[in-house]
Design a binder for this molecule. Sequence first.
Ligand SMILES: *Cc1c(COP(=O)(O)O)cnc(C)c1O
Length: 402
Amino acid sequence: MKKIYMDNNATTPVKQEVLEAMLPFFREQFGNPSSVHWAGRMVSGAVEKAREQVAELINCSPAEIVFVSCGSEGDNFAIKGTADALKEKGNHIITTSVEHPAVLETCEYLEKNGYDVTYLKVDRDGMLDLEELENAITDKTILLSVMWANNETGNIFPIEEIGKIAKKYKVRFHTDAVQAVGKIPVDVQATNVDLAVISGHKIGAPKGVGALYIRRGTRMTRFMHGGHQERNRRAGTHNVAGIVGLGVASELAKQNMEKDYASVRKLRDKLENGIRELVPEIKLNGHPNPDLRLPNTLNVSFAYIEGESLLLNFDMKGIAASSGSACTSGSLEPSHVMGAMCVDVVLAHSSTRFSLGADNTEEDVDFILQELPPIVQRLREMSPLYNRDSISCDECRVIRRV
Ligand SMILES: *Cc1c(COP(=O)(O)O)cnc(C)c1O
């Protein structure tokens, strides 16, 4: 069976060059980079080279990169590390209602421990109101945490403008850049970002490695206690192979981003326009201007049907997409991102995300455009909402207006 993978916002395959660069670090170069002997020295250089490669991708100095175990750890470290280090200064954190759970649940945890958190709303297109953001800042505000791009809708937030606001009020600025990095330019200097998080497996490196950029001079409480690795910022023996992989993936991302994502963008637009043409009663979730979304992401609701049933039908055809985010699918709750955007509950349940990657082809898109309309039609015919002649419930009225 043909296999089409369009779930690159959930994870990506390790790139061939990345794998090859990693392999020697499992056996021939197995040393602990903290050791002083030859075996340690053999690998400490590789870790430092990876640090340079990651720094290069986001335009910071290598000394500002701390390797962590994943994007979620990076977000936890950035937020809890700030909350603790700045607790004398204040207890207020501002974030958005559409962050990844690694940010949202960390903030909820802090709320239980005496911190106040403002969760900024988004509009129906999933965008923030920067005036609301600015007005939320008080003299107790210690952290502003806004993701660079949203994993479900692909919406890109105006990080440069938010950085200016953070600078104006001297509030520390953290951004979860996991989805943005490697897809669009991410420059932490130009945007005045203090803390930024990257995850390896979203950019062609393996799962279980990530990086946290900490601007020089930023006071942080340690998150992982133990040894003196990472200039005392983060304990734990380095995941050398993973770090080497993240370095090479960062270098490849920098080299190929423009070229790869121009073609990914073309395929995404073709899929988007094709779905609009071929399937009636759909709603695009995210900003209608495709320039304000990541070039690879398309999120659509197909009225009257369950996203989960659509995914199962896709799966039978070898197509991998996702409903809501991978972390929330499996639960029957519609995604918090759709909820925050006031997407009607029934529509939210049918939200389906296609996230393309450099491996996708024109044939993949053609195949989906061929298989999708009959699947949607069949599922709609089975749906009690679709068959109703006279629409009476509120939910249905909302759908009819789509
Ligand atoms: C995937 C993802 C994370 C978590 O990264 P992990 O390495 O899987 O822990 C955090 N934020 C966003 C926006 C993501 O897409």
